[in-house]
Write a protein that binds this ligand. Structure first.
Ligand SMILES: [Zn+2]
Length: 101
C-alpha cells in the first residue's frame, strides 16, 4: 500500500472530505486505514453492571485507502505517490515536489 501508519492523509470523499488526519493503523489486506478523528462512529454500550448507565462510545472506523491521499511531509500538499528504486531499496516520492517521503 502507498499509505502507511503515521502518514498524514487528506480525505477526499464523504462526510470528512477536506480533513486531514494521521494514520493510526493500516490494513493492507483490506486496503483500509484507520485515521485519527476521521469516520467516527458512535456506539451505544450497554451497562456492564446493574445500576450503571449505558454509554455512547465514539470510535473511528477504517476507511478505504482510495478515499484518502497522502499529504507530503515536505511540501504539505496532498499528493500522489511515486516510487523510486535504488540499489537496495524502494522508496516513495512525492509527485508534487519530487522529494523522498
Ligand atoms: Zn512534496
Amino acid at each position: 500500500m502507498k499509505i502507511k501508519e503515521n502518514d498524514t492523509v487528506f480525505i477526499m470523499s464523504g462526510k470528512y472530505r477536506g480533513k486531514r488526519g494521521k494514520v493510526l493503523i493500516s490494513f493492507p489486506k483490506e486496503k483500509k486505514i484507520l485515521v485519527e478523528g476521521i469516520n467516527i462512529i458512535k456506539k451505544h454500550q450497554k451497562p456492564k453492571k446493574e445500576g450503571q448507565k449505558g454509554q455512547i462510545v465514539e470510535m473511528p472506523k477504517p476507511i478505504h485507502v482510495s478515499c484518502a491521499k497522502l499529504v507530503c511531509p515536505k511540501c504539505s500538499q496532498p499528493t500522489r505517490v511515486g516510487y523510486k528504486i535504488s540499489e537496495k531499496k524502494k522508496y516513495r516520492i512525492c509527485k508534487k515536489c519530487g522529494q523522498a517521503i
